[in-house]
Structures are given as C-alpha cells and as structure tokens.
Design a protein around this ligand. Structure first.
Ligand code: CA
Length: 260
C-alpha cells in the first residue's frame, strides 16, 4: 500500500460497461468512464476477433493509466498467460501494435486507489497486403501513407528543435512469411543536442545519434532499457560501426559486462 493512501470501498450503484468480444473490420475501444477516469478495482477484458487470416492493429489515440499501479495488458490471441505480450502503463500513448493472428485481447486492471483518464484506441483488421499504420512518435510528422499497402512508402520528419534517429523513409514490404511489414521501425525524434534515454516496452530500437549518418564527436550517451520484472532483455545488433580503439559502446547488466 502506498504511504499516505487510505481505502474507501463504497457502492453507489454506478454501473459501467467493461470489456466484451468485438467483431468487425474496425472499431474503437474506450476504458470505462473515459475520459473522466476508470473505476478502482477494474478488471475488464476485451477480445477482438477478426476474419480468419487477418491480423488486428491497435492505434492508441489517448492513454493515461496510473503508472506502475494500473495496467493495460495485451495478449496476442485469447487472454491466456501463454499469449501475454506486454503490459502498458503511464501517460504516453504507445505506438501502434499488431497481433500475429486474428485475435487480440486487452485487459485493464486497476488497484484500489487513484484513477486517470484511461485510454481510447481504434482497432482495425489488417490483411496480408497491408502493413498498417506505422505510428507517429512524439514530436514527429508523418508524410505519405494512404492505404499503407505493399509498395507504399511513408516519410518522417521532426518538428523544429528535434532531430530524427532512425530511418526517415519506411517501405511496406512482404517478409519471408508472406506478410506485409515495414522494412524498418518508425524513427524517433530527439531534442537537439541530447542523446540517450529510457526505452520501455516489449521491443524497441536504439540508434546512435544521427543514425544512419555518423554520430558526433565527444558523444556521451546512455540508454536504459526496461523490461517487465523477471524478464530478460536480448540486444540484437543489426548494424555496428564505431572508430576502432577510440569510440566504445559499453553494455552493462549483462554477465559479464561487455565492451565493443
Ligand atoms: Ca490506480
């Protein structure tokens, strides 16, 4: 229990709709009471069922859930522990997320005190030729798009005062499993003259400042990658080039610590 908190259990006859099974090509989901706050003690499960052979994409329009006490858990399939994908919390809208099959489930759980606005999202069925919306990270601008189908390209830029880390242009391609996917993750916009940061979530991308261009001289950047308690983190390098003997990337938290 948090210091300074106290409990009040009351029954006021307030009824809210909470969870359910959703079918159809697209729609939206709101947490109960949105945007005036979800109830304490909530345990709502939504199961989205698309057509056989489709995938489901979630696009968050608004997200505010009491950080580290209330959670929106995503399940890649029916809401069984084996399908658990990630747990979302906090006050920043997550990037779009896509299921691997035609079922995607969400569960909102809240503790006994303190609420927040809650969340609102759109869901959409994706067929094998659609990559779906790649998302617009904070401080980024997305140009192009339309259907987000195989062969389509989108271009990112950043608002003034921010610079882009990652690939500015993404192309919707077909992968080895014959599924439409973006060739690179959406880039990030970082404030000029800063580098590093904290990365959360089930997966993500870290690039050196200015990547795929060269990083600057005198750089000193620290990234912290955070996963769920008990999980381990794999770091997979897709590209690596630093000035040999003079510039280093140090990875801590591994056993033993590693320097490249
Ligand atoms: Ca709470």
């Amino acid at each position: 229990m948090r210091p300074g908190m106290w409990c009040l259990f009351s029954f006021t006859g307030f009824i809210y709709t909470c969870g359910g099974t959703l079918k159809g090509r697209n729609g939206s989901i709101e947490s109960p009471g949105f945007p005036y706050g979800y109830p304490n003690g909530a345990n709502c499960t939504w199961v989205i069922v698309g057509e056989e052979g489709s995938r489901i994409q979630l696009i968050f329009l608004s997200f505010a859930i009491e950080e580290e006490y209330d959670f929106l858990s995503l399940y890649d399939g029916h809401p069984h522990p084996a399908n658990f994908r990630t747990r979302l919390t906090g006050f920043q809208a997550p990037p779009p997320v896509t299921s691997t099959g035609n079922v995607f489930s969400l569960r909102l759980t809240s503790d006994f005190a303190v609420s927040a606005h809650g969340f609102k999202l759109n869901y959409e069925e994706l067929h094998s030729t659609s990559c779906g919306n790649p998302g617009v990270p904070p401080k980024a601008v997305l140009n192009g798009g339309g259907r987000f189908a195989v062969g389509d390209r989108v271009h990112y830029s950043c608002v003034p005062g921010y610079v882009l880390d990652g690939h500015a242009t993404l192309t919707c391609i077909t992968n080895a499993a014959n599924t439409a996917v973006w060739d690179f993750p959406a880039p990030l916009c970082r404030a000029e003259d800063t580098c590093g940061g904290t990365v959360r979530g089930g997966s993500g991308v870290v690039t050196s400042p200015g990547y795929p261009g060269n990083y600057g001289n005198q750089a000193d950047c620290t990234w912290i990658l955070l996963a769920e308690p008990g999980d381990t983190i794999s770091v997979i390098f897709t590209d690596f080039q630093t000035e040999e003997k003079y510039d280093y990337l140090e990875v801590e938290g591994s056993e033993p610590p590693t320097i490249w």
